[in-house]
Design a protein around this ligand. Structure first.
Ligand code: ADP
Ligand code: MG
Length: 715
């Protein structure tokens, strides 16, 4: 190959440019630096007047509205803290519908008029910012209203400092809305969904006899998968650079078949990169915990200890950002795309999810008293009901072009939403649904008609890696999220559908108890009816198998294979009614999301199609022609014919792709997305098919793109 070899970075160099730490140092260091760059509760307590601090705490603990007159004092304290830590600028840090985070930096310093500058930051600037909304996707909302948007301080997610070698930036997590108050971001609906869930769950808890809890939080522990590849290869691949995935590339002779990478020892350069990433995250208060190799070569995973969903989602966005930044210090690029390499396992994000009270109870944790188990059965049944009733919406919440190469493509998890309960729990629910009050099996039910679950061991049952939604002992794990996506939107949907099922079941519980039923009898009846109606969603078998596709169809489960199939569910009547009832999103806000996500699909596929055509015509075809010329010159007739055939095919297919690129039909919205899916993706696939065949026969020194074997096996 004409390319220079990759630079072999030594451990000493890592220490020099990234001052990498040994694992042991990290542990020591961790205690000292955890949250060092966060305007944390303890900083707030130190720096704020008592009554201001107490008010902030109340907002945090119970979702109470914050008295904005306190903002000046908070701003003052925050500014002093940030200046002490070297910050010169601040930004409202928000999450527009691009799925990324956005920042607009402002300096703290204002000219004082006498040639000096004074540091200035008031409550007004803390509470509200005014970025120009017209540069962010707003869907239908922009069309009829002014482009003005504003960011509003979210006091429930702490401010933090992002460090750069040349300065530091105070980041204030904020919500982003149109001036008419419509949500233009992922944070507002998430916060509203957490309120909705809390309201519904508290209603149920009161009926269950809990008088102490005042707030129910949802929790999230996202497990993030990603690839690290050498940056030189990244920069030599316009497809990776522009689209985040390889649009060409023959499968290497060795994939993950040998299973020698999963949980294997972590190469030194990679580990150094992980350690620095984790140290940076720890400073930002992100409680990173596990790291390991994943299934595919050069694929890894990072997971934090779970947190409240709002902060957890903010932390997940920060994690993705820091991972990408730090990788560059090690000559690596972090790929977050769902399917960077065809034929090689893609990357997902497992979304561990539960509900907990402010008094410390995990509502999805089976207990060891009859009462705790009644409560557990109630909430677990509600989740099952929610996922079954709104399976299409849940599927739509994780739809993106990258995901379409994973979901339903014989890879975890399938596009069909189903729930894995584990053998024990399925048996218990099954028995209740059948109305069995006597023990079906010793140990499963004890006592006289009272269901007492055995204390379920954590991670009970088998681990089923193929299920998109699995009960894992004391939480559900929604496994279908894409690696590059913000978890905020899928969690908004999850919280809202759970709120609805809990609310419905709580209503029934109330009615039954008013009519004189005991708590036990009432709950058993409700769970029985609910599980009976929704058990079709429960599936403990192999989610990848063809047999499951047939079985799921028989059960009437939706199989929404692609993004254009799934997105229309965002504006179905059932969705609109649900989000309206729980005040999470209005019809207009849902429509705007539908527009934005559809447009993003069209744009992304369009960029890929144009990139593919350009690479094929300007890089791959010339290489094939040179190779052909060499074969002719050498008179290797047998190979000339074969190569000519492929070159002709490549030319025909490039022309077809270029035509499809140039002549989009006059359609809009979802129809345009369908055109992209049905015309452009296959046209790209055809060009790729021929190009990948050529890659196998063209002289290696002529082939212009780094190959899969290089990208995946150089560590
Ligand atoms: P595995 O890879 O076996 O699924 P991990 O230990 O890697 O398990 O990840 C489990 C994740 O679940 C962690 O991020 C953990 O913090 C999270 N988790 C544990 N309990 C809860 C909970 N109650 N709510 C949300 N997430 C949780
Ligand atoms: Mg997991």
């Amino acid at each position: 190959m004409p390319r220079t070899r990759i630079h072999n970075v030594s451990a000493a160099q890592w220490s020099a440019n990234g001052d990498a730490l040994g694992a042991q140092d990290l542990t020591v260091q961790t205690n000292q630096v955890f949250g060092a760059n966060v305007f944390s509760l303890s900083e707030q307590r130190k720096r704020l007047p008592k009554h201001v601090y107490a008010q902030l705490r109340a907002t945090l603990a119970r979702g109470e509205e914050l008295d904005t007159s306190l903002a000046d004092m908070v701003a003052q304290a925050m500014k002093e803290w940030a200046l002490e830590r070297g910050a010169t600028h601040y930004t409202h840090w928000f999450q527009p519908l691009t799925g990324l985070t956005a920042e607009k930096h402002d300096s703290f310093y204002n000219p004082a008029g006498d040639g000096t500058a004074i540091a200035d930051f008031s409550g007004k600037e803390l509470i509200q910012g005014e970025p120009d909304a017209s540069s962010f996707p707003t869907g239908g909302i922009r069309a009829t209203f002014e482009a003005r948007g504003y960011t509003a301080w979210d006091p429930t997610s702490p401010a933090f400092i992002l460090e750069n070698p040349n300065g530091a930036l105070l980041c204030i997590p904020t919500a982003f809305a149109s001036w008419t108050g419509e949500a233009l971001d992922h944070k507002i609906p998430l916060l509203r969904s957490m309120d909705a869930l809390s309201t519904a769950a508290l209603k149920a808890l009161r009926l269950l006899g809990d008088e102490e809890a005042h707030r129910v939080f949802t929790t999230i522990g996202p497990e993030q998968e990603y690839f690290l590849i050498d940056e030189q290869y990244y920069f030599e691949r316009p497809d990776l650079l522009i689209t985040g995935r390889t649009l060409f590339g023959a499968k290497p002779p060795k994939g993950h078949e040998l299973d020698d990478h999963y949980f294997g020892s972590i190469p030194e350069r990679i580990l150094a990169c992980m350690l620095e990433t984790e140290r940076e995250l720890v400073k930002l208060g992100v409680p990173v915990k596990t790291r390991h190799n994943e299934v595919a070569p050069n694929q890894y995973e990072i997971a934090p200890v779970f947190e409240g969903t709002n902060v957890g989602c903010d932390h997940q966005m920060l994690t993705m950002q820091i991972m990408q930044n730090v990788a560059r210090n090690y000559g690596l690029v972090c790929l977050l795309h769902e399917k960077p390499f065809a034929g090689v396992n893609g990357s997902g994000k497992h979304n561990n999810w539960s509900m907990g009270t402010d008094t410390g109870d995990n509502l999805l944790e089976p207990g060891d008293t009859p009462h705790e188990n009644l409560s557990f059965l109630f909430f677990a049944a509600a989740v099952i009901e929610a996922v079954d009733t709104y399976q299409e919406l849940l599927r739509a919440s994780i739809a993106s072009p990258g995901q379409d190469f994973r979901l339903g493509a014989n890879e975890a998890p399938p596009a069909i939403i189903s729930i894995f309960l584990g053998a024990e729990l399925e048996e218990i629910f099954g028995a209740i649904a059948e109305g069995k009050t006597s023990p079906s099996k010793p140990g499963s039910f004890l006592g006289l008609g009272t269901p007492v679950l055995p204390p379920l061991p954590l991670h009970s049952g088998d681990r089923n890696r193929t299920s998109p939604f699995a009960f894992t002992g004391n939480k559900f794990e929604f496994r279908a999220l894409g690696s590059s996506m913000s978890p905020a939107w899928p969690n908004t949907v999850l919280n809202t559908i759970a709120a609805e099922a809990i609310d419905r079941m709580a209503g029934e519980l109330e009615a039954k108890m008013k009519a004189g039923a005991t708590l036990e009898k009432a709950i058993l009846e409700i769970v029985r009816a609910s599980y009976g109606a929704h058990s079709r969603i429960v599936f403990n078998g192999d989610g990848y198998s063809e047999a499951w596709h047939a079985e799921a169809e028989k059960r009437g489960l939706a199989n929404l294979r692609s993004t254009p199939d799934a997105l229309p569910w965002l504006t179905e009547k059932s969705t609109v009614d649900l989000f309206k009832k729980h005040k999470v999103l209005s019809k207009r806000e849902l429509e705007s999301r539908y527009d934005v996500f559809t447009e993003q699909y069209v744009t992304k596929v369009n960029i890929e199609a144009e990139t593919a055509a350009s690479i094929a015509r300007t890089l791959l075809l010339p290489a094939a022609l040179r190779h052909l010329a060499e074969l002719r010159a050498a008179g290797v007739e047998a190979l000339v014919v074969e190569t000519e055939g492929l070159v002709e095919e490549l030319v025909t297919r490039i022309k077809a792709l270029e035509e499809a690129n140039a002549e989009h039909p006059d359609v809009e919205g979802i129809e345009h997305a369908v055109y992209m899916r049905d015309t452009l993706l296959p046209a790209m696939g055809a060009v790729r098919e021929t190009a990948d065949k050529l890659e196998r026969i063209v002289a290696d020194d002529l082939w212009p793109l780094p190959k899969y074997s290089e990208m995946l096996f150089i560590k």
